[in-house]
Design a protein around this ligand. Sequence first.
Ligand SMILES: [Mn+2]
Length: 503
Amino acid sequence: MVWLLAIADPAWHGKGVLRVIGIGNRSRWLCGVLLCAGLLRAWGAPPTFVEWKAACDKLPPNRVLNGRMPPRSLLPLQDFGEMDRVLDEYFVQSTNGPLSKAELWLGNAPRKAAFFDVTRSWFVTSGFPFEPFARKLVLPADAKVFVEGDLHGDIRTLLAVLGRLQERRWLDGFRIVDPNFHMVFLGDYTDRGLYGVEVFYTLLRLKVANPDQVHLGRGNHEDANLAARYGFLSEGQAKYGAGFKAEKVLRAYDFLPVVLYLGCGTNFVQACHGGMEPGFAPGGLLVSEGTNRFQLLGTLKQAGFLAAHPQWLGTTPEAGVARGQFTDFVPASPTSPNVIGFMWNDFTVFRDEPAFAHNPERAYVYGESAVAYLLRTGGQGDARLRAVIRAHQHSGISNPMMRRLVASQGLFRHWQETNSPAARDAEPSALMGRIEGGASRALPEGSVWTFNVGPDSVYGLGCGFSFATYGVLTLRPRFEDWRVAVETVEVPITVGGGGTRRP
Ligand SMILES: [Mn+2]
């Protein structure tokens, strides 16, 4: 008698279908089961969180590698197979889950034959549409929302933070324990650090395990053009050669919203990677029926906004700058014909900086009064847009912004001070106590909050910090009662077993 004991797909190493056939009596059967379990462990089962973290802990930190690739033998994903598997799972979820429900889209739903056809992409096939979208998510009072800033291939920071969430019992492995706990990542997962594959793999594992509670935003680096220029594609090729399915990874980004309007009752905060986008009017989305809605950005009517709101920048020189720059356009990519502000834009640091400026190296920089106006006019009916939570922060050279991020424990609220020389040049130690740095903070109307980048990076080295930061927002019926708890985790330059430390 022949018993077919198992047919397992060893996706972990991607070597095809493995068949184990046992013959005969009870003891042989038992042997077969044990053999099978062993093989599944080594070949087939995705790593548990504990296994994954242990493997990643052996990797040399970015701060030690200095741009060199880690030894291949230490890579936690020895080939692309397991990443491929989780991407497949993510695509099934994205193309069958809420995004696929036409009734959840305000206005036109994306076309099945384009948006949901993951075998093609706007960055490979000419004429294939690029369709960025916004999302509204309304959560019950007392919901807690974890928020994390730029990771840029910094797996040590991500796993240190997730390790802390395990200790807090908010996470059990990759699974969220509390149905009222949500996680928002603000984008820029890869490039600049050498563990973009590991970071994005970890985020996808979280997403597929908790599809309704993990929300991955789209940063300016979730773009094929940037991945080709800032390291992620070379990283994937160096690690997996021809096995690296770049197009598949990059296509996954198209299912990430460029902005998440996070609400409780009628109060919303704008969570995005970059900043303001006057070409998109969110009012209709905010007042739409239901707690989970999507909207394609469609045409960004930047010039239309300027024409309809001459009082926005008034008669200042900044109004002339905006008139010279703003057009109405359908984005062909995140940066063409103009940048999408949600992914790219910045904010000034000090209260008395200009309300609007163009930074040719980056994008547009918005000041306090310009933002207050956009938030005020962004609401509709009872819906109010109160504040902005974002990231997009990385400078390897200590500047006023990075010094404030360090001084405020990794979460800086803009426009607390005036632009005096004393403020501009102050060191983090002098700024502590002068700017907010507490463990629990209220969100003033019109406030903008920037999360710091992870420390295992040239930014941590250059700006002298080694702690990671995450926030936990508590949502309440009244916006005055919303709080953000700021937590930090030390991410030292130490290497687990098998790694080497360079002096
Ligand atoms: Mn960025």
